[in-house]
Write a protein that binds this ligand. Sequence first.
Ligand SMILES: Cc1ncc(COP(=O)(O)O)c(C=O)c1O
Length: 378
Amino acid sequence: MAIELTALETPALLLDEARMHANITRLRDRLPAPGPFLRPHVKTAKCLEVALAMSGGVPGPITVSTLREADRFAQAGFRDIVYAVGISPNKLTHAMALLASGVQLSVILDSVEAASALTAFMQGRPERLDVLIEIDTDGHRGGIAPAAPELLVVADALRSPSVRLQGVLTHAGESYNCRSTGALEAMAEQERAGAVLAAQRLRAAGYPAPVVSIGSTPTALTARDLSGVTEVRAGVFVFFDLVMAGVGVCTPHDIALSVLTSVIGHQRDKGVTLCDAGWMALSRDRGTASQPVDQGYGLVCDAQGRVLPDFIVTAVNQEHGSIAHRNGDPGRYLDVPVGTMLRILPNHACATGAQHEGYQVLGQDGTVTARWPRFGGW
Ligand SMILES: Cc1ncc(COP(=O)(O)O)c(C=O)c1O
């Protein structure tokens, strides 16, 4: 299969396979061997082929954000799965079905309520469910502070023959707001040290807690020390996006994902070139709006993927995108004919990917060499 881009109907989601492999290699090469291993987060891609590439060609340990992902990847042979969103009681029957199918599933929680609901559900069951306590190392979202007394209260609430407290998990999502290498390194160390402290407190209280799971793309790519850590989870590194470029852990040239679009008209008086990639194709994500360089709804490239640094998608409707000069000057609009194909680099790869049913995979010569399906839902 070698299809020219011009044969595609737009909008279409493009995946540059060589860039993807380079991104995977870059992170894998950072992890010391022997040492903490990579447990990639497969929520960015939701695609079997990409997950296999992240795992080195054969199914390995993965992180998921939905039990649907767990189902799909389990069917494809992935057996060691961490579901890294706080478990709600209404998902426990689904979790049992995964255990019954032979999956080694770990769930996370951060409260006595959730722990008590879990042990009540598991009471008298023959299965054994692995649990990680979620630790808050950066004030970003969920989790228990590493030094909080509540940590041991939750551990105590998990005492059950059907539950195995395996350790701790943290995600330094605040790293997305770091603006310098020094700040990223400090955040990575804060993430590591907090998770290790929490695990040490559990061990000192008599819980084995062998697992210390950390990770986000910015911290995984900047951490100088991983001592005490057993696994690193990262997801968006596989494709990268404009938010990660704004954080400083990649450049736009590393971004493997783009949306192919066609020019459909002009509003020359307003300095706007219209294309057929609206929010349905790009998503409404405006993750770069809070960064020093606002990339609108995406950064424009020519059809070969060469960045046109002055042009961004400034507005979107469902199926229309408005391309304009980033300084708003109507005299400097993108003057290309109707039908011209362009690529748009996404703000947030997970959100843009979620708008599409599959990837048109680009080979080294820029032709489409494969189509990889992706899935959604819960
Ligand atoms: C719990 C958890 N772990 C790991 C990740 C991966 O982070 P990133 O996409 O920055 O690599 C995420 C992303 O949201 C997450 O929520």
